[in-house]
Design a protein around this ligand. Structure first.
Ligand SMILES: [Fe+2]
Ligand SMILES: [Fe+2]
Length: 273
């Protein structure tokens, strides 16, 4: 038993608009990129966790690692339905998706277990700073849009915050070496950014609605001070002795969990707000 809960939400994204939040096309663009990228990345994490499970001696940590991978698999299932909905409207996006998944598979195969654990810990380390700001500004970024995407993102981001320490715990238990994580950070960041920009560029060429949208403006509605705080926290999250369990978590995360556990419809906008 771990402290993580495995939840499942089902969606039907048939007919989903590329600009699913007309009040914020740039954030819509970014969220679509996240859906396409997440699946390859979460597969990377799950393969890494399954690879190291037999090496984990602490049974509590092993249970947490198993649940961590289960949560990621559920997220990928949800994002896959979103990706399928977009491919249904723009069939050429299938190649974009395949390319992203292959990119993560090659990255996984090209490196050691130590690197794969560092990669997972680095990216998961960004969860709290990044998703906290989106959750706090959900009224502007997420909620005005299509309820299905809003629901998928809020579910995923709340659970990313819930398991924000898991990858780092695994890294610390099996690799240690706090400075190695910092050393490979530029390579990890470069790989992720290149994957993301490739997807964004393909969208631009394939999806007519993407024309004229500048994805870099996705967070423009968030006050400058909050964005500056996020950048500082993202930097801090990569420092050798960072402890994600110490950071403050938005109240919304526990509200979301309570509503889910009470059986509320987590795809309804009134429940989500
Ligand atoms: Fe996830
Ligand atoms: Fe995660």
């Amino acid at each position: 038993m771990s402290n993580l809960n495995i939840r499942q939400l089902s969606y039907d994204f048939e007919g989903i608009d590329f600009v699913w939040n007309p009040q914020n096309p740039a954030f819509s663009y970014l969220a679509n990129v996240i859906s396409f990228q997440t699946i390859g990345f979460e597969k990377f994490i799950c393969k890494t966790v399954h690879e190291v499970l037999p090496l984990i001696e602490d049974h509590m940590l092993r249970a947490e690692a198993e649940d961590f991978a289960k949560q990621e698999m559920m997220h990928s299932k949800g994002h896959m339905t979103h990706v399928r909905g977009l491919i249904g409207r723009y069939p050429d996006l299938q190649d974009v998706f395949n390319e992203s998944v292959r990119d993560f598979e090659s990255k996984w195969a090209a490196h050691s277990t130590e690197y794969r654990l560092a990669y997972s810990a680095i990216v998961e380390g960004t969860s709290l700073p990044l998703y906290k700001i989106i959750i706090r500004h959900r009224e502007r970024l997420v909620l005005p849009g299509d309820a299905r995407v809003a629901s998928l993102l809020l579910w995923h981001f709340c659970e990313e915050i819930e398991h924000r320490s898991s990858a780092l715990k695994l890294y610390n238990a099996l690799v240690g070496k706090p400075f190695y994580r910092l050393r490979v950070f530029p390579d990890v960041g470069q790989h992720l950014a290149a994957n993301m920009m490739r997807i964004a560029d393909r969208f631009f060429r394939i999806v007519p609605e993407a024309a004229g949208i500048d994805m870099r403006q996705a967070m423009a509605d968030v006050p400058r001070l909050d964005r500056a705080r996020m950048t500082a926290s993202l930097f801090a999250s990569q420092l050798p002795f960072y402890n994600p369990s110490r950071g403050s978590v938005p109240d919304y995360c526990s509200i979301w969990q309570e509503r889910y556990e009470a059986g509320a419809d987590m795809t309804s906008k009134t429940v989500l707000s």
